[in-house]
Write a protein that binds this ligand. Sequence first.
Ligand SMILES: Cc1cc2nc3c(=O)[nH]c(=O)nc-3n(C[C@H](O)[C@H](O)[C@H](O)COP(=O)(O)OP(=O)(O)OC[C@H]3O[C@@H](n4cnc5c(N)ncnc54)[C@H](O)[C@@H]3O)c2cc1C
Length: 419
Amino acid sequence: MALRASVPDEVDVVIVGAGITGASCFWHLASAGRGLRVACFEMHHKLHGSTARSAAAFRHQFAAEVHIHMSLASGRFYRSFPERFGGEPVLRENGYAFVYTGAEAFAQACARAERQRALGVPELEVWTGAAAVRERLPMVEHPALAGATFCRHDGFLLPDVITHTLFEHGLRVGGCLRQWAPVREIVRAGGRVWGVRVACEDGEREVRAPVVINAAGPWANAVSQLAGVQIPLTPVKRYLYFTTQIPGRQVRHFPLLVFDLEPYCRPEADALMCGWDRRPPKPPGWDRFPPPAVEAQALDSDSIEPGYGLGIEEYGYEVLAALAEYMPWLAEQAGLEHATAGYYEVTPDDKAIIDWDPRLPGLLHATGFSGHGVMHAPATGMMVRALVLDEPPPFDPAALALAPLLENRPRPDPETVII
Ligand SMILES: Cc1cc2nc3c(=O)[nH]c(=O)nc-3n(C[C@H](O)[C@H](O)[C@H](O)COP(=O)(O)OP(=O)(O)OC[C@H]3O[C@@H](n4cnc5c(N)ncnc54)[C@H](O)[C@@H]3O)c2cc1C
């Protein structure tokens, strides 16, 4: 009986998934002051998905205006974290440098920097020519540097601390979080969402909720299918590699460094975390609706597939070698110590879907972040709260809309800075 009582029969909003997106929606809705009854169901434990596997970088330096606005709002939220919730800062503002060797790519970056400044990105710097880059980034030793852009208010986040804290504070204001409780069906009635059927320790239960939020990350298309619809979202495996400790280089003070929009690294204590969006390639059809069929059960975030391990012939050393073209001392001073993996939840234009589903009233998607869901989680919570409470949206809804993607039409405000 006690177990049955632990799952409510009826709430105002159900959130599916307890990663950082679910946590942010949970807190933003539960603390909205409207007395909303909010329940979040998670099929494993919180942080089982991509959130804890992320590079957790934070940047304002985007091409799409909607992303710049989302970063500005999220940055303010993350900087206010200690004051709002107590504890340590969750954003380490080491900065983020985009370094270019090609003149044309650098010119495009300069144009983007103008737009970013015009939209209010603070202290954005443009360093033109090799000498200017070397002066600020002495660790970079490439012979042909065209320039770099740098924002000191970019950096990296603590996604696990953020997720735990937002759930904790959402619970304090009456929210309900159930882990090991997979949603098995999004129940429809009268042409709209009725609620969910969820499995818990004492069997399956139906929970009435007029609003269901799909915050299931790489599983979000599978969760959509629990309601009988699909969304254009494909899980794509991504790997991170961690170097051995690098003494004497002060790497813990490095900014996040991205070279020619390809390989990147950032400090992880006295080592470097390295990544590259090159492999494995996105599967055929990832950029069309409907997306390629993926068996949800087959998603295995933990496995390191053959070719992606730490062997000298494997992808990790390819990433390290690519970084060593810009920082040749790496070849001498760093090996690889371990690898982690997770899935990007990718949409056809690498922008999130934060929108009601036009085919099923009551179903709201908050997913498809394509590599920036950690940094934009606060903005996502703000947008979701506005949609649920029918308030003016804080970000351009057209740029995040679902309907055009269902018809394979482009959305406004494209993103080109995809890492
Ligand atoms: C290698 C890598 C590097 C990245 N780097 C960055 C970065 O630098 N910056 C950045 O901002 N982002 C980055 N990302 C992306 C970021 O991690 C994701 O966009 C973000 O974590 C998505 O969070 P989420 O809460 O939406 O999804 P998730 O964290 O995946 O959470 C979804 C949850 O839904 C649950 N779930 C699924 N199905 C069900 C169901 N039926 N019932 C109940 N629960 C269910 C899952 O168990 C999971 O816990 C990176 C990702 C990877 C893999």
